[in-house]
Design a protein around this ligand. Structure first.
Ligand code: HEM
Length: 126
């Protein structure tokens, strides 16, 4: 694939203007509160310890089909194409290469759509 084609992979159809990524530490406890139930907080999803603000997408809202992912690091579920709550945990390093690739693709997908608002405190992300 050419570099140009690569950069267009997983790009949103409607261009999204993103803010510069933030490096602020976000605790697991604070992340859990950002699950869409508190109107004063954003709705957040973390992947590999990187926290994305998905507030603008109703799919992550209270009755959205992907609400299971919010308020936590859901790396494992994304890697395994799972919607099971028990898979919505950060641990991904023991997965097979295909699942790791899927996770990396989701990371790219989210990176092109949602602002990075911080990092999960204490997350193992390499
Ligand atoms: C019957 C099965 C499924 C159907 C019909 C379906 C359908 C869709 C559709 C139509 C979209 C929007 C695509 C776009 O915005 O370009 C989407 C996005 C998505 N799907 Fe699924 N999906 C299914 C299963 C799953 C599963 C098992 C997962 C678990 C990882 C998953 C995770 C996601 C995620 C994270 C998004 C991105 C939402 C966003 O931020 O825009 N889906 N899906």
């Amino acid at each position: 694939m050419t570099d140009d084609a690569q950069s267009k992979r997983f790009a949103p159809k409607v261009p999204v203007q993103l803010d510069p990524p933030k490096d602020d530490p976000i605790s697991v406890e604070e992340l859990a509160k950002c699950d869409g139930t508190d109107p004063t907080r954003p709705t957040l999803v973390a992947i590999k310890g990187v926290v994305f603000d998905v507030s603008r997408n109703a799919a992550y809202g209270a009755s959205g089909q992907y609400r299971v992912f919010v308020g936590k690091d859901s790396s494992r579920a994304l890697a395994r194409s799972s919607l099971k709550p028990e898979d919505c945990v950060p641990e991904w390093y023991d997965l097979d290469d295909k699942e790791k690739t899927t996770l990396e693709e989701w990371f790219t997908f989210f990176s092109k759509r949602y602002n990075i608002v911080g990092k999960v405190e204490g997350a193992k992300n390499t």
